[in-house]
Design a protein around this ligand. Structure first.
Ligand code: B12
Ligand code: SF4
Length: 503
């Protein structure tokens, strides 16, 4: 596995190499009929870490389980072959069980290798992998500087207990070292190392960028600030443009998606980027997508962006109920977002985004209000997620305090659980898992089975950050293949709905 998945173009230093793993669920099982139509996203976090280590002349291999499940024997062979002393594993909530399984295997099979975990889930719950004995060290928060320092110490055989930003276990007790300050200037980080992923270019949605970190808002369902903080930090327009050029000219990408949670914060930086795109003539064929809050969209900015190849905007709609919107502390109203959509459409943008069903205290009438609202809005694409109480969120804290029930198995924490017939980890009081499942299906069918939406399915990839690829129904072959997909989808829906009610 390691040898087959190894990134051939990684420049190697003469010393030991660090192995970085992106653990993953079984894609076909987790995504059901969608799995063959969804391309994998670049594991950006591991890319950033690898880029930084390589800049410091430390050799790195990345193994991404989104592409193929790790074979344990190959893993051990690779570790030996590359004299690996540190294995880093990235952990999101949904992937925590698999990460811990891999960590425990490594601790059992090669005790001299240090297993280091990082990412949003273990930043919030560092005790979890340490106490269960599947990691030696947890890196809390941004990982570049901490991992580098840690790896240098381990490679040189020095103690690493005083490295800032880590938690570790000593004499059976978990020790949390002092915080590592956030990286002030993102321009000091090396450019994202796309070349590492080149051997698997066909299997990734390759045109993906992250240009900023941090978000100043306080939405009660979002855990993202745990890693990147409240303070918004962005790369300069010049650096962002250089990366765009790399993707467009070196890797031939026509579609680039900027995956920042909230791209429209520093508007001056965006105007400067638009000027660069015009001046340095990015080809006409290029289309750029980005996420924004509805209340951040203004007509002069969007017109300028539309002229500079920005064509797709993804908005966090969340709900159609003003009561829920106020409760989740989004800091904007349903009406403000609606106005943002209107402006974006007027400026010629494709508009997509996401709604959430099943907030605490949400009634059935409010869920239906959200679905009706989605059908009324002039949007091209949407997804209806289920509300999940991720660790570190205010929703999680509220549930813990009120004794509310939620699944204790992190492998259930997928926002599309209702669509794939899996366990729904959280059901608001007075509602049922059965009802949420039906609502999630009904919302998608009601939205997508409209003639305009059906005819537009071929363009869906633009509105889904390049991830979902459906056949274009405008050709005979496309229509036939789409009909096959729809049939599989309906069958899986019936299967999911026929599953026994959750206890
Ligand atoms: C791009 C993205 C995706 C992509 C790719 C995910 C991936 N595996 O890379 C896709 C679309 C596939 C995706 C899917 C999902 N995502 Co997502 N995604 C993001 C997004 C927008 C950017 C991730 C990113 O690259 N960040 C930038 C890097 C620099 O930050 P970072 O990832 O935290 O990494 C840093 C540190 O955490 C640390 N670190 C991370 N890993 C490691 C490992 C080691 C060894 C070390 C030392 C350090 C370290 O160092 C990194 C560099 O500083 C984030 C939001 C965000 N801004 O982070 C949500 C986010 C990570 N996703 C989230 C969720 C919920 C999901 C899904 C579970 C949704 C679902 N469908 O159910 C799935 C899970 C898929 C999976 N494979 O696990 C949540 C995670 C919540 C949680 N507690 O887990 C986030 C935080 C969004 C949010 N606002 O809540 N996602
Ligand atoms: S949901 Fe978006 S706006 Fe709200 S805190 Fe998270 S990243 Fe910020």
């Amino acid at each position: 596995m390691l040898t087959r998945q190894k990134m051939d173009s990684v420049p190697q230093s003469s010393g030991p190499t660090v192995l970085l793993i992106n653990p993953c669920y079984d894609k076909a099982d987790a995504l059901g009929p969608f799995s063959s139509h969804i391309s994998s996203q670049l594991p950006m976090s591991l890319g950033f870490l690898a880029g930084y280590l390589l800049q410091k002349n430390i050799g790195v291999h990345i193994v991404d389980e989104q592409l193929r499940r790790i074979d344990e024997e190959d893993l051990l062979k690779g570790i030996e072959e590359h004299d690996t002393k540190v294995v880093g594993i990235s952990v999101l909530t949904l992937t925590a069980p698999r990460a811990y399984e891999l960590g425990a295997f490594l601790k059992r099979s090669c005790p001299s290798v240090k297993v280091v975990m990082g990412g949003v889930h273990v930043t919030l719950l560092p005790e979890e992998p340490l106490v269960s004995g599947c990691a030696d060290v947890v890196v809390r928060g941004e990982g570049e500087l901490t991992l580098h320092e840690l790896v240098e110490r381990i490679h040189d055989g020095f103690p690493y207990g005083d490295v800032r930003g880590i938690s570790r276990i000593e004499d059976g007790r978990v020790i949390h070292g002092p915080e590592r300050p956030m990286i002030d200037d993102l321009d000091t980080l090396p450019p994202f190392p796309y070349h590492l992923f080149e051997p698997h270019r066909e299997r990734y949605q390759f045109g993906n960028m992250l240009t900023s970190r941090g978000c100043p808002y306080d939405c009660i369902f979002c855990s993202q600030r745990a890693v990147s903080g409240h303070r918004y930090r962005a790369r300069s327009a010049g650096k962002i443009f250089e990366e765009l050029e790399t993707l467009v000219f070196d890797y031939g990408q026509d579609f680039v998606f900027i995956n920042d949670d909230n791209f429209v914060v520093d508007k001056d930086n965006i105007y400067a980027l638009c000027d660069l795109i015009d001046r340095r003539e990015l080809p006409e064929r290029v289309r750029i997508g980005f996420h924004a809050r509805g209340d951040a969209l203004d007509a002069p900015l969007l017109r300028r962006m539309r002229n500079a190849r920005f064509a797709i905007v993804m908005i966090g709609f969340e709900t159609g109920s003003e009561r829920i919107m106020a409760m989740v502390r989004k800091g904007e109203t349903v009406r403000e977002i609606e106005e943002g959509v209107r402006i974006a459409k007027e400026c010629g943008m494709v508009v997509g985004g996401q709604f959430i069903l099943g907030f605490p205290t949400e009634t059935r009438a409010e869920s239906l209000q959200t679905i009706r609202h989605a059908l009324r809005l002039p949007i091209d694409f949407t997804r209806f997620n289920l509300l999940l109480p991720y660790p570190g969120t205010e929703v999680f804290r509220m549930l813990e305090e009120s004794g509310g029930t939620r699944s204790r198995n992190w492998a259930h924490y997928a926002t599309h659980a209702g669509l794939t017939g899996k366990v729904i980890p959280y059901v608001p009081e007075g509602r049922s898992a059965w009802e949420l499942r039906l609502l999630q299906w009904f919302a998608h069918l009601a939205f997508f089975l409209r003639p305009k939406q059906l005819l537009d399915l071929g363009n869906m990839k633009y509105a889904t950050a390049g991830q979902l690829h459906l056949p274009d129904p405008k050709s005979f072959r496309g229509a036939l293949s789409l009909a096959g997909f729809m049939t599989r989808l309906l069958l899986s829906m019936v299967q999911g709905l026929l599953k026994k009610r959750q206890s």
